[in-house]
Design a protein around this ligand. Structure first.
Ligand SMILES: Nc1ncnc2c1ncn2[C@@H]1O[C@H](COP(=O)(O)OP(=O)(O)OP(=O)(O)O)[C@@H](O)[C@H]1O
Ligand SMILES: [Mg+2]
Length: 387
């Protein structure tokens, strides 16, 4: 039997791969280019510029910034200006100021030993090194909201937004510090001085529209799959799922769907990806609730899920709100003689298990495809454990 090939290059679906073109992010790249464009004319006159990039998960913030930084570096090189780009994912590096500054110093001046230096001395060494070597730096700090959430007092926002004051006798050749976050909620944890030097104006990255999502997944599919493996019906279907409020435009989810569906098509030898295969994968990986999950649900969790299902049905929307869930849960508990149930605990548990998504108190989503089927199973399960 001839092997039915599906993938041309499956690494092109990896969330870490940055494609040559980023469709529908050119506007953001152009804006960033404009902001930093005059560095090349006279870098010493260009002031330290602090920027924030804000937008929900999986909509291309990291990819766009890395792409932009590389373009900027090339442009500066064309103008005989040497530059260093430092990109740090603060979530991966953890909440330690020392480790962060060590990483920055190491990226800018790899030949300098960081051993035995204090955090502040490392920043000073970095400024010194850039000055001596007449090179200029852009520092990108990704997932700053995560860092502030886990360790708010480490002061890196203060230090890095005031690098010019940090070592006033030297030229500060760091020209840009860019912070990336999912939302502005982390502002609440900052003090007045940090907020003021950070500035409250952010560049917001919007979520993609359905047509934009289609373009993006089509482009990634063309790179990853052999021709004709994936049809327009599948692109449309995935795009529709992607813009639903519970996925909220997260391109990573589309890449997962494509990868797993491709694997399935390969295993089943279908020669192309079938819509049933995509639907099956979606059911399995999307917040979905598996048989295993259902077996392990506590009484409180079952009641909460039933309450959510009823709330969703009542409002005829994809989500429901906490108040509605409370009311429904009380009624269900009463009808089933269930006492002492903490629905807040149950909702936390369900959210931790990714069975539900709590976007806000007014928007609680259930990831399951069919609420009718799920309801039937849950009612049975509740009857079984009640008796
Ligand atoms: N316009 C686009 N064109 C092609 N691929 C894209 C585009 N936008 C996002 N992607 C892809 O989606 C994935 C997620 O993007 P990225 O990591 O940049 O998101 P993010 O906004 O930084 O998310 P998070 O907040 O979770 O870090 C990456 O694989 C990226 O290549
Ligand atoms: Mg990111």
């Amino acid at each position: 039997m001839q092997e039915q090939l599906i993938f041309k290059d499956r690494t092109k679906l990896s969330p870490r791969y940055i494609p040559k073109e980023l469709p529908h992010r050119q506007k953001q790249i152009d804006l960033l280019k404009r902001i930093f464009s005059s560095i090349k004319n006279d870098p010493d006159k260009y002031p330290l510029t602090i920027l924030q990039i804000i937008g929900p998960t999986g909509i291309g913030k990291t990819s766009t910034l890395i792409k932009f930084a590389n373009l900027l570096q090339e442009e500066l090189a064309d103008n005989k200006i040497s530059s260093k780009i430092v990109y740090i994912n603060l979530k991966l590096l953890g909440g330690n100021k020392y480790a962060i500054y060590k990483y920055i110093l190491g990226s800018i001046a790899p030949e300098l030993p960081a051993q035995g230096l204090s955090a502040e001395e490392m920043l000073r060494q970095m400024i010194d090194y850039l000055d001596k070597t007449s090179s200029y730096a852009l520092i990108i700090l990704d997932e700053i909201d995560y860092l502030i959430k886990i360790s708010k007092d480490i002061g890196i926002i203060y230090d890095l937004t005031r690098l010019t004051e940090f070592y006033p006798t030297k030229r500060c050749n760091v020209k840009g510090v860019i912070f990336i976050a999912r939302s502005t909620e982390f502002y609440e944890k900052l003090d007045a001085a940090e907020l003021s030097s950070l500035g409250r104006v952010a560049i917001e990255f919007p979520t993609y529209t359905i047509n934009q999502v289609s373009d993006i997944i089509m482009q990634r599919s063309e790179e990853a799959f052999i021709e004709k493996v994936i049809g327009p019906d599948i692109i449309d279907w995935i795009a529709r799922i992607l813009i639903s409020p519970s996925v909220n435009g997260d391109i990573r989810y589309a890449l997962d769907l494509l990868t797993y569906s491709g694997n399935l098509a390969e295993n089943e030898g279908t020669g192309k990806i079938l819509i049933e295969q995509v639907k099956k994968v979606h059911q399995q990986i999307f917040n979905g609730i598996t048989d295993e999950d259902i077996k392990e649900l506590s009484k409180g969790e079952i009641v909460s899920l039933l309450a959510i299902i009823r709330g969703i049905r009542l409002k005829q929307r994809e989500y429901t709100e906490l108040k509605e869930i409370e009311m429904q849960a009380i009624e269900i508990a009463e009808n089933n003689n269930i006492k002492n149930m903490d629905i807040y605990d149950s909702l936390d548990e369900l959210s931790a298990k990714k069975i539900i998504t709590v976007q806000s108190l007014k928007k609680i989503f259930l990831g399951s495809a069919s609420i009718d089927d799920l309801e039937k199973i849950l009612v049975k399960r509740l009857d079984a454990i009640k008796s």
